[in-house]
Design a protein. Sequence first.
Length: 277
Amino acid sequence: MTRHLRTDDLTRDAAVPRAEGALTLRAKARDGQSALAAYRGAGCLKALFPRGRESVEAIVINSSGGLTGGDRLDLDLAVGAGAALTVTTQAAERAYRAAAGEARVTSTAQVAAGGMLSWLPQELILYDGAALQRRLQVALEPGARLLLVEPVLFGRRAMGEQVRQLAFRDRIEITRAGRPLYTDALRLDGDAVAQLARPGVAGGMGAMAALVYVAADAEAQLPRLRAMLPASGGASLIGADLLVLRLLAQDGFALRQALLPILDRLSRETLPASWRL
């Protein structure tokens, strides 16, 4: 029997995710060291765990090859008391042109007292026509520490790429003991080149990074970090143990060149090797 497709059938089909992935990670303290307590990967998400690291290091891999309309990725992390977890990516994540719908990436993390989460993904590259909504929520208990960075590239300037059509929503929420500690939201719709050219937005730069550091030595780190930053970057102490840094750069190479020494310092020279490949 021949089935005739109706308009609502096509709309429903277009909404079916192109790729789905879920990743659950748990780190715990055991005999004075950090150990993997639980791991589950489903769909297009999995992780590799290099040996010989002081913390549990997870290299997240998206086997779908990038993000596009309809994709759904979910990461669920937890760091136990006294444990340390470092999360990075194998390479830069890519958000490609979306024919329909948007990609959604949702990440949540809980860090217990005395725990340390290092959220260190490599760059997100946004291509022309990308549609992406990301949300990262981190819940800290008193005494928990956090190093978080989110680098973003608007196309690859070395390849002559320009992002003339974009739908990008990015939100970071950090709480401590259930109360808001830090919230940051970014929304860019339409011609990204024109918007980034505005002096109050990016002054024509094509790459940026946001960094958050929550630790007892945040204030002590501030003078040195300011000295390391180029003119297109800035760092502020917005709480007794809360340091926030923002950095703009012409392209991905310049961004990484400025960012690497800062991450080396704040990670105590334990930055994942994937950052240097």
